[in-house]
Design a binder for this molecule. Structure first.
Ligand code: FEO
Length: 396
């Protein structure tokens, strides 16, 4: 196993989870696996920044041993307590029980309640600095990016930012740097990560990036806790984050639907045809055929979100409900929203979808379209015309 150096005296000592296919209670599908990134800084005070998922402690230890005996580690920085980064911490602390655990106050509280061990904590706040020899670590609290305990660690002398989950991607690779693989795939995974994890915190993302830029901190490398490290292309991920956080979408319409007997599907198809005929890009997803977290990524990039469901028990089909709840939590910014769906004995689905749109802070384009039983030619024409009106709105 070769040492993996990412800067002078800084080593990647994380783990590659090639087979991870879902995370976060199976709500996030990871088509490309993931990595848990930990970083070892060799200086007078040897410092480990973050650990890995508990299942990968042996891999991390083996990588550390390639550089130094783990019992020589003086400091462990915990940027974020979620177990995919702190899971191996108890095993590390068993070897170095006297080592300082550097974290925010909230992280200390969280670690005590996760691992029930009163380690030698040193709590830090924004702008606190610790000299570890030739290098200086500066800490930046980043509350809600994405948990209240989160902080970034910055190594001044290397212009290296270690921002934990922020700027990360679930992407397993034998390579360590984003410029060593097909960039569009990495950006796509970063978009999915942003959409599913950070979308509700757009304002905080903008504020944090501006705060860092104003503070005069120079960044040459961004090394997140998942996926690949942004080296030559770090400006690209920062500008992508600003674009996503500001809600800047593509001129694209996302149509999502579920159907029992294909009536709502016919409506969806007619709407998509109308959007296409209005010269705007449309993408169509049937909920039951697509992973939920992939649809959330599409929400990020679309200007208009159309959701169709037939009525069941005066509401929506059950498998569309989690997406509606997710939208409420994610609060996508500046989206045009529209509901449609068929019904039989009684309606209700369109009203339910519209209520969820309002709760998500989305602007309803116009009252939803319904069709009784099977949409006839006139109803399908209305769907097509609606598609053209949506396209015209997106074009503005
Ligand atoms: Fe990658 Fe919030 O844990």
């Amino acid at each position: 196993m070769n040492k993996i150096k990412i800067a002078e005296g800084v080593y990647w000592v994380g783990a590659i989870d090639w087979n991870a296919r879902s995370l976060h209670g199976d709500n996030y599908v990871t088509h490309h696996g993931t990595t848990y990134n930990a970083y070892l800084i060799m200086d007078e005070k040897i410092t480990l920044v973050d650990t890995v998922h508990g299942q990968f402690v042996d891999e991390m230890m083996a990588r550390i041993k390639e550089v130094v005996d783990p019992d020589k580690i003086d400091y462990v920085v915990c940027n974020h307590i979620e177990p995919d980064h702190s899971g191996a911490l108890p095993a590390v602390m068993k070897i170095i029980p006297q080592a300082k655990v550097i974290c925010t106050l909230r992280a200390k509280d969280g670690l005590l309640k996760h691992y029930f061990s009163n380690w030698n904590f040193l709590t830090v706040k924004t702008d606190d600095e610790i000299s570890i020899g030739k290098k200086t670590l500066r800490f930046i609290e980043a509350s809600m990016l994405h948990w209240p305990d989160t902080m970034f660690t910055y190594i001044k002398e290397d212009a290296l930012l270690l921002p934990n989950d922020a700027f990360g991607q679930h992407f397993a690779s034998s390579q360590r740097f984003a410029d060593e693989v097909e960039e569009s795939i990495v950006i796509d995974e970063a978009a999915k990560y942003y959409a599913n994890i950070l979308m509700p915190f757009g304002q905080l993302v903008i504020k944090k990036i501006e705060e860092i830029q104003k503070s005069g901190i120079q960044i040459e490398t961004i090394a997140p806790s998942h996926g690949l490290i942004w080296r030559k292309n770090h400006e690209k991920i920062i500008s992508a984050y600003l674009r996503w956080a500001k809600g800047e979408a593509k001129k694209r319409v996302l149509v999502i639907y579920e159907s029992m007997w294909r009536s709502t599907e016919k409506m969806a198809t007619a709407i998509v045809q109308g959007i296409q005929d209005g010269d705007i890009e449309a993408v169509l997803y049937k909920i039951s055929a697509t992973d939920h977290s992939d649809i959330i990524k599409e929400v990020l990039e679309a200007k208009a979100i159309l959701i169709g469901s037939p009525t069941v028990n005066n509401g929506v089909l059950p498998n569309i409900a989690p997406l509606l709840d997710d939208l409420k939590g994610l609060r996508p910014k500046d989206k045009i929203a529209f509901a449609f769906g068929s019904y039989g004995w009684g309606g209700g689905a369109v009203k339910t979808v519209e209520e969820k749109f309002k709760q998500a802070g989305m602007t309803i384009f116009e009252p939803g379209l319904t069709a009784k039983w099977v949409p006839d030619a006139d109803e399908l024409k209305k769907c097509h015309e609606l598609g053209k009106r949506i396209a015209a709105e997106v074009k503005k």
